[in-house]
Design a protein around this ligand. Structure first.
Ligand code: BT5
Length: 324
């Protein structure tokens, strides 16, 4: 932990009570000047810290940012104790995560942005990502075969759904392969991108975007009735840091279970959250449009579609529209 984080965590642990500079300096073995410098730097980050002669310092307000130190505070995960890259603004967290992963970033490295100017969806689509959302990517190095890579998106979907439910109480449903819905509107999306050789995955970058504290007015008219944001649904802002940490915790749980080869359990969780199995769907793949009944998700994370002819097709990727 950096000494700046140590000062911050010390203040946070005091829960708004005063603590003297001397106390901080003694407890953390830092000089008084170092403590003072860290306090100034925390103020520059947007923390509101009151300093009163003879009483000391107290933390009054946290910045509304997804700062690495906020994410790390009391984060009990082993997967995500690595480096967290933080950007006020970036093209796309997936893009930079892929670059860094190719250079060797370890599993669990995170890339977080307040705002993306070239946020990506699948197949070159745009992902609207202004300030107020949760936009991040994680580097994973799963020991799985490339044909099993869809499993990772399934696991991320479970994590996001459970975290949103846990933090807001809202009922979330999943749509294969990467959509997170509330009341039939898309509230979050996942973009998994893989680098692999014939039988080995080098890395998977999982990008997650959650419409947390966004107004619907940031979306084009065309999108406005298809998307949801947590702020609009709740009529109040959500604690983005808490939600972010919940996603990391939930993801770690399911991801570690993948290594124990218990994907089946995760899959049944996914199915419980899924609003499309048994329904009539239209699927657009890169090459065709087909309709049928969404029968099941198989053990590789692919969709089994029952065509009207009775034939069962395995769909590896595509866009699903649920027919009424
Ligand atoms: C996705 O693609 O749903 C993947 C979204 C992944 C976003 C994260 S944010 C962090 C990381 N860095 C990135 O650059 N990306 C990832 P797809 O299924 O292709 O859906 C894209 C479609 O969703 C668009 O064509 C729009 O119709 C719609 N859309 C765009 N922005 C949206 C938003 N903020 N919320 C809901 N729908 C949106």
């Amino acid at each position: 932990m950096s000494s700046k984080d140590a000062v911050l965590f010390f203040l946070k642990d005091k829960q708004g009570d005063f603590v003297s500079g001397e106390d901080i300096s003694r407890s953390l073995s830092l000089s008084r000047t170092a403590v003072w410098k860290h306090i100034q730097s925390l103020k520059d980050d947007g923390y509101i810290i009151e300093g009163v002669p003879r009483q000391g310092y107290r933390l009054i307000k946290l910045p509304d940012k997804l700062l690495p130190s906020e994410i790390r505070y009391k984060l009990k995960t082993t997967l995500f104790d690595k480096k967290i890259y933080y950007f006020n603004e970036i093209s796309s967290t997936n893009k930079i995560a892929k670059n860094e992963a190719a250079k060797g970033s370890p599993e669990g490295t995170l890339f977080v942005a307040e705002k993306q100017v070239k946020g990506k969806g699948r197949l070159g689509r745009k992902w609207v990502s202004p300030s107020g959302g949760i936009w991040f990517s994680m580097v994973l190095r799963p020991e799985i075969s490339p044909i099993d890579a869809s499993k990772i998106t399934i696991l991320a979907g479970i994590a996001v759904a459970k975290a949103i439910k846990g933090e807001t109480g809202l009922k979330v449903t999943l749509k294969w392969p990467n959509d997170i819905f509330i009341d039939g509107k898309k509230v979050a999306g996942i973009l998994s991108e893989m680098s692999a050789e014939a039988d080995k995955v080098n890395f998977v970058v999982v990008g997650i975007g959650v419409n947390a504290n966004l107004s619907l007015s940031v979306f084009s008219e065309e999108l406005r009735d298809k998307v949801a944001t947590l702020k609009e649904l709740l009529g109040a802002e959500v604690d983005r840091v808490a939600l972010f940490k919940a996603i990391l915790k939930e993801f770690e749980k399911v991801y570690l279970s993948l290594n124990e080869d218990s994907f089946e359990k995760a899959l049944s969780e996914w199915k419980n959250l899924c609003g499309m199995l048994g329904k009539r769907v239209k699927i657009s793949t890169l090459t065709e449009e087909i309709e049928g009944e969404a029968l099941d998700i198989n053990e590789q994370g692919s969709l089994l579609l029952k065509l009207f002819s009775g034939e069962i097709r395995t769909i590896y990727s595509g866009d699903v529209v649920i027919k009424k």
